[in-house]
Design a protein around this ligand. Structure first.
Ligand code: GAP
Length: 459
């Protein structure tokens, strides 16, 4: 059965994720920390499976892609050169009555980050906190988290001129995108492994954004993770490379992450809504239970980044073609996807409720490559030592072969099946009295609940 009550489907996913140890609110025990989320034992397995699936597909199985893993705290020149210090800002508006602060464009429909105070006040929405309509002016709020690197004391910021200078010069930022760690390593990679253009550098890792209003469960976080690829191409071939990557990514989303094509929608971003450095951007939107939202973006960033790195570092970022000898600064196609948004899309796609044995069953129909456990092994009866002993033997064998195998001898067999359905385990293996006779086991399928007998050696 397809679930139609979208808001309640999201509530059901949130509840399942907490109940079964996939996702907890960050710092839960202390009342939470807005915009942060912690992955529990099953969540971290799902997350690792997603990371491995992505890495294997985009890096290991290709000859034109290579991985890097750059530091999170980078030289602050990075963010001057990239434009983040000047422009990575959202429109902040404050209610003059209750002093709550909001992202202005999220309070009115149809506006982007470039909304002006005049446009906002022409609509004059009610404050979501106090209901009044007495607003201040829109201010630009830079979303980078800053910190001090080195032995700087809080009092240095208001101390002597040299203390203030020390404090000022020690400011660094937690990276707001992983991409800059790729651009700043472009020359290191070219000078060490001599890849031929077109080639891609891939990175997965944490990014930090001090979002004014984190929201929509794990969709807009202050600490998130990104899968980013910078694909370096000859300037004349950007359009065809863009097209190829777009198609390859859509295939990846449907074939490897199990997202249905009908839930994915491409949005050609208009010139006025694109980042100023981008000549073309497609947002890949996903039909989440609470509405359509951006899952990822594919942007043509021209040579904006490499040229800025060249200017700010004084280093040459030109590439010399090995056959023609032509030199040029490569242009870049960038597919960028958030891990949390991918996880919520995967969970939304996989979550089903159906009727089984007169009861409502919750089942996560996760693709096998993403399911935390591939098998669950159980003895039919926990109080029969001969069944338990044989089941342990089968468990050890499967664990050695597939690693992600769990053991369950709690409750009755029906309850075990329900529990494994909820966490997305594709197959449950049950050892019963026939097993002792003929070395066959029952294998029960998560999606159909059908059971077949299989020889242990054939598992
Ligand atoms: N390097 C390009 C870049 O960072 P972006 O559109 O700002 O572009 C890319 O981010 C992707 O990262 C988004 O499509 C989304 O999947 C994810 N993302 C961005 N901000 C996020 C946030 N605050 N919380 C969760 N995911 C986020």
């Amino acid at each position: 059965m397809c679930y139609n009550f979208y808001m309640s489907k999201l509530d059901d996913i949130v509840s399942l994720c907490k109940r079964r140890g996939f996702i907890f609110p960050g710092s839960d025990v202390y009342g939470g920390m807005a915009g942060t989320w912690d992955f529990g034992p099953l969540g971290v397995m799902l997350k690792n499976n997603l990371v491995n699936t992505w890495w294997s597909h985009w890096v290991d199985q290709r000859d034109d892609m290579f991985g890097i893993d750059a530091a999170i705290i980078m030289n602050p020149t990075t963010w001057e050169a990239s434009g983040h210090t000047a422009t990575f800002a959202d429109p902040l508006i404050e209610c003059n009555e209750c002093h709550s602060r909001f992202r202005a464009d999220k309070l009115v429909d149809g506006y982007s980050e470039s909304i002006t105070t005049e446009e906002f006040k022409a609509i004059n929405p009610a404050c979501p906190n106090c209901g009044k309509t007495n607003w201040g002016s829109i201010r630009k709020f830079n979303m980078m988290f800053s910190t001090h690197v080195g032995a700087v004391l809080p009092e240095d910021e208001s101390g002597s001129e040299s203390d203030k200078e020390l404090a000022r010069r020690s400011i660094a930022y937690l990276r707001p995108e992983t991409a800059q760690g790729i651009f700043t390593n472009y020359k290191n990679v070219v000078d060490t492994i001599y890849p031929s253009v077109p080639f891609g550098l891939c990175q997965f890792g944490k990014s930090f954004r001090n979002e004014i209003s984190p929201r929509d469960y794990i969709l807009r976080d202050r600490e998130c993770s990104q899968f980013e690829i910078e694909y370096f191409v000859h300037p004349n071939t950007w359009a065809e490379n863009f097209e190829t990557i777009r198609k390859e990514y859509l295939d990846f989303l449907t074939n490897k992450l199990g997202l249905k094509a009908e839930n994915i929608h491409e949005l050609e971003v208009s010139e006025e809504d694109r980042a100023f450095y981008s000549k073309r951007t497609i947002d890949i939107m996903y039909n989440y239970p609470n509405g359509e939202e951006e899952l990822m973006g594919i942007a043509y960033r021209t040579d904006y980044d490499l040229s800025n790195v060249a200017k700010a570092s004084g280093k040459n970022m030109e590439y010399r073609d090995k056959i023609t000898g032509e030199t040029f600064v490569p242009h870049v196609i960038e597919p960028s996807m958030g891990l949390e948004r991918a996880i919520l899309a995967i969970l939304s796609e996989a979550y089903y409720e159906d009727e089984m044995d007169g009861e409502t069953r919750v089942v996560l129909k996760l693709p096998e490559n993403l399911a935390p456990y591939k098998f669950c092994v159980s003895p039919l009866l926990k109080n029969k030592p001969e069944l338990v002993e044989k089941a342990k033997e089968v468990y050890a064998k499967l664990k050695a072969k597939y690693t992600f195998v769990t053991w369950d001898d709690s409750g009755n067999i029906g309850k075990r099946y329900r529990k494994q359905d909820e966490i997305g385990t594709p197959k449950c293996v049950v050892i019963d009295f026939d097993t002792l006779e003929d070395d066959t086991v029952t294998v029960r399928d998560r999606d159909t609940a059908q059971q077949i007998r299989v020889k242990i050696d054939e598992l």
